[in-house]
Structure formats: structure tokens, C-alpha cells
Write a protein that binds this ligand. Structure first.
Ligand code: FAD
Length: 340
């Protein structure tokens, strides 16, 4: 789709921060709570309201969950046509309400759905979109949204502004922002906009929902992560990583080199093109500490690195570094963990 930028707008007509919520089987996606936390921070800085947009069918339960968080408005579009995610219909509805209600900032999660939906909405509305942001700030001088994201393969961080168009739109990487805290008394006002019935029509038909019931590692909520990299040298090396993770009550992560070698599934990958994590303890075993890996784990509370190369960059970011052969060190750690 070719985006036509809408030059003919008055910036002062646009107001407030919107979060486009995501839910799965009746439960709010973590990224929605992260966006509410970030949206609240941005809105407070410019003295504006935070609104969450919920699309779906029978969304009362989601609305109830959202009311526990510090949002000023919950904009509900509850239609049978929205039961399952559909790019056309979701994009049409969001486009319609943006044009009508004119938010100043709109945030989506950089999830599979957010990455599909946000570009279409931005093209329809005729504004810009900064994808995969890892930091958002309000400029102290002119109040514009400063949207920061990795560029050139993660080798530099680019800060992007949307100078002339509104809304300012971003997708935000899951796991990077702090989740919103629950509040005691609900403050949210429910808004139910009218939707043009032509916007509920799509050429795409939903056929079947296939759920991948293979257990997926939950890196984002893990308190302890033990990650393995190319230094393991063989896929069997992950047995040792698994053993240490199990002894510590943690889960297994991996570098992209290990994933690309086919040693472990991509769902375990930590980093720029994997999952962003912030556990209490992150143990990097045989991982050099490339910038794209650090982008996904440097916010961990305590970082331990095991590497045979004393000059490995991971030692610059770790709290505890062990120089040596992981095949000698990890069995000792497992022994210690089991005895404690
Ligand atoms: P290496 O860099 O090869 O490091 C292996 C380490 O093991 C070395 O430091 C070595 O000293 C050590 N070692 C070897 N033998 C032993 C031993 N016996 N005991 C102890 N230590 C030993 N990478 C990610 O991880 N996540 C991402 O999401 C990601 N996204 C990317 C996105 C882009 C656009 C690009 C360009 C790259 C991305 N990468 C990502 C790849 C990244 O640049 C690195 O190539 C990758 O992180 C390297 O993985 P590694 O540290 O396991 O391997």
C-alpha cells in the first residue's frame, strides 16, 4: 500500500495518547500493560489523557481488566466481525476513529498483529510510523514525541520525530517498557464510537484458528534465564544449559548464532530480533555480547557471563564474569545449585 501523507492538518486539533490493546483468549497481552505504563508517562508530561482502544467481540472481560489500570478512557468497538483479528476490518475501524477523535499519539505493540496493523493504519490516516521503538520521550522544547529505535542492524540508535503530521504513531517492542501498576479506584470512562458498517467488510475470510500447543518458553516473565551461544559448539551443549536452568528454577535462552545453527528453537532467542528480557538473573554462557544480543538483555538485574575469552564484550556489561571453559564451569554451578 502506498501511503499518502496528509499535509492538510492543524496539529493543535490533536489531543491525548492512545494505546491499541491486544488480547489473546480473553487475557490482555503484556505489551498492552507496558504501553499503558508508557502512555501514562507521556500523557502526564503533556497534561493529556490516556485512552485504550479495544476491538473484539464480547470484550466486557477485557474492559474489566483494563479498568484496573490508570487509563482515562476505554474506547470499545465490540462487533462480531472483530471476533478474530482481520487486518482490513481492524485497520478500517482504527482509521475511522482516529479521523473522528484525533489523538496526538497512537501506540501499538511491535507484535505480529501490531506490525501488521500499524503500517496499514498509518497509510490510511496519512501519517508516519516509527516501527520497533525501544524508547519514547516527549521533547522538552516543542512537545513532539521522540521515538528511538535501533537502526543499521542495531549498530546505532536513531531518534525519529514526526514533524508535520498527526497522530505520531509508533510500534513499541514488547518487554522493553515497564508495565503499568494497578490503581485502587477506577477512573476510566467508557466510550463507544459509531462505526460505519462499510468498514466492517473484508475480502479476507477467517477460516480456522490453529493453536500451536507445543509448550513455548516464557522468557518475558522468567525471573532467571540461562542462555547458551555459539560457544557451546554443539546442540548437545544445550542439555547442560537446560540442567543449570532447571537447577536454578529458570528457563533457557539463546543467542541468534545458536538459533541460526539449528540448535534450539527461535522462541528461545534473546535480543534485537528475539525477545527482550529483564529477569532478576541472566547467565550468558559462551555468548560474546554482540550489540544485538545486549539490546535484548542488558536491562537484566544481575548479569553473569561465562566466556573463555577475557576480552569478550559481554564482560563489559556483566556484574559477575567468569573467564574459562563453560564445559568445566557449568557442571560446577549445577553441583552448587543442587546442593543449596
Ligand atoms: P559468537 O559471537 O560467535 O560468540 C561465541 C562466544 O563463545 C565467544 O565469545 C567465545 O569466546 C565463546 N566461547 C567459545 N568457546 C567457549 C567455551 N568453551 N567456553 C566459554 N566460552 C566459549 N544476536 C542475538 O543473540 N540476538 C538477536 O536478536 C540478534 N539479532 C540480530 C539482528 C541483526 C539485524 C543482526 C545483523 C544480527 C543479530 N544478531 C543477534 C547476531 C549478533 O550480531 C551476533 O552474531 C550473535 O549474537 C553472536 O552469537 P554468540 O555470541 O552466540 O556467538
Amino acid at each position: 500500500m502506498r501511503a499518502k501523507v496528509n499535509q492538510d492538518i492543524n496539529i493543535s486539533d490533536y489531543n491525548g495518547v492512545w494505546v491499541i490493546s491486544e488480547q489473546n483468549l480473553g487475557k490482555l497481552h503484556n505489551v498492552t500493560l507496558e504501553l499503558i505504563g508508557e502512555g501514562r508517562k507521556l500523557a502526564d508530561k503533556i497534561n493529556k489523557e490516556v485512552s485504550v482502544v479495544v476491538l473484539g467481540e464480547n470484550i466486557e472481560n477485557i474492559v474489566k481488566q483494563l479498568e484496573e489500570y490508570p487509563v482515562d478512557n476505554i474506547i470499545c468497538i465490540d462487533k462480531p466481525e472483530l471476533k478474530h483479528y482481520n487486518t482490513d476490518i481492524y485497520a478500517n475501524c482504527i482509521d475511522e476513529i482516529i479521523k473522528e477523535m484525533k489523538p496526538e499519539i497512537v501506540l501499538f505493540g511491535a507484535t505480529s498483529i501490531g506490525r501488521d496493523l500499524a503500517p496499514r493504519v498509518s497509510a490510511k490516516v496519512g501519517t508516519g510510523l516509527t516501527a520497533d521503538c525501544t524508547s519514547l520521550e516527549i521533547d522538552d522544547i516543542d512537545g513532539k514525541l521522540l521515538q528511538t529505535r535501533p537502526a543499521f542492524g542495531g549498530n546505532l540508535m536513531a531518534t525519529i520525530i514526526c514533524p508535520k503530521n498527526r497522530p505520531q504513531m509508533s510500534t513499541v517492542r514488547p518487554g522493553v517498557m515497564q508495565k503499568a501498576q494497578k490503581i485502587e479506584n477506577k477512573i476510566a470512562k467508557i466510550i463507544i464510537p459509531n462505526i460505519d458498517k462499510n468498514n466492517l467488510i473484508s475480502k479476507v475470510m477467517f477460516k480456522e484458528l490453529l493453536i500451536n500447543d507445543k509448550p513455548r518458553v516464557n522468557l518475558q516473565d522468567a525471573k532467571i534465564i540461562v542462555s547458551g551461544g555459539r560457544g557451546l559448539k554443539t546442540p548437545e551443549g544445550f542439555k547442560l544449559i537446560e540442567e543449570l536452568a532447571e537447577a536454578l528454577g529458570g528457563v533457557v535462552g539463546a543467542s541468534r548464532a545458536a538459533v541460526d545453527s539449528g540448535w534450539i528453537d527461535h522462541s528461545h532467542q534473546v535480543g534485537q530480533t528475539g525477545t527482550t528480557v529483564r529477569p532478576e538473573l541472566y547467565i550468558a554462557c559462551g555468548i560474546s555480547g554482540a550489540i544485538q544480543h545486549l539490546a535484548g538483555m542488558s536491562e537484566s538485574k544481575t548479569i553473569v557471563a561465562i566466556n573463555s575469552d577475557p576480552n569478550a564484550p559481554i564482560f563489559k556489561v556483566c556484574d559477575y564474569g567468569i573467564v574459562g571453559d563453560l564445559y568445566k564451569i557449568i557442571p560446577e554451578l549445577i553441583e552448587q545449585a543442587k546442593n543449596n
